[in-house]
Design a protein around this ligand. Sequence first.
Ligand code: PLP
Length: 351
Amino acid sequence: MSKYWSQLTRTLDPYVPGEQPKIDGLIKLNTNENPYPPSPKVVEAIRGFDTDRLRLYPDPNSDALKQTLATYYQVANNQVFVGNGSDEVLGLAFMAFFKQDKPLLFPDISYSFYPVYCGLFEIDYQCLPLNDRFEIDVDDYATANGGIIFPNPNAPTGRALGLATIRRLLQQNTESVVVVDEAYIDFGGESAIALVDEFPNLLVVQTFSKSRSLAGSRVGFAIGSAELIDGLERVKNSFNSYPLDAYASVAAIAAVQDQAYFEQARDKIIASRQWLDQELSQLGFEVLPSAANFIFAKHPAHDAAALYKGLRERKILVRYFNKPRIDQHLRITIGTQHEVEALVTALKQIL
Ligand SMILES: *Cc1c(COP(=O)(O)O)cnc(C)c1O
């Protein structure tokens, strides 16, 4: 605490990202990064970037990237918004849509940044519990609200809702904005982008950090009706006119244009996820079905915090959450096949 802090700053409870420790030989399965490098076309685009352009401000509207995304997802240019990572896009969406008289609704177990934004923007919220199978029941959300947000697939559970279920939620909820945070959609779920023309209150948010191996570059985007995108632009242009670096846009465009590489890396991750799911089940873990690039699992006979510690001693880092309902689970990012095999070997030693 400092006497110089504002009243608001004093009340904040900031988000704590997963660790990025600098330990030689560490197998890092704790922050859902992609284990494979970005596409060679991305590397080429960054190498070819004319650094003289760094003198100039970037395009404030990132039109070239918006055009690329609009073509890829078959929507109009004015249905695309881009930002400095999807965390920023989410933050702007909270500011633009969720400060209402009624509370924002989100699941009790989901992305832990949501309550942090509510604190920063003074948004009232209510958490709705997942069922015992850690699923979202969309009928719980058919109640008066100032907005709805959830990740699909959910984090940290990995469970995904199908498009028909999301449509049912949208049919029941037409008066407030629904944000579907699709950070992991490319690893197995069905994108709600297919529904944006049907529901003007739907905003779908995605990121280049996971499926496109660009977490270090900070590019996220949203797709929705022109009126929602316009609302986001108003807030963005009241906060930071140039959220995307000139070279970040160039890298992101090259990533979208290399579909073959994208599919190859994604398919390897899905294959390793299936392999790890089987191996963990054989070791006695209860594994939730995952549509993401991570697995959420618990062992009925071994304390999760102790497993986390044992793995860490063997230079393998996974994510442990000391939180109600999930303090006996581990969230394990799908690494390369070699990395997940090392994890299984280490778990066999510990168990
Ligand atoms: C990783 C993640 C994000 C943020 O991604 P960035 O684009 O890197 O900011 C947003 N939502 C969820 C659920 C995530 O897991």
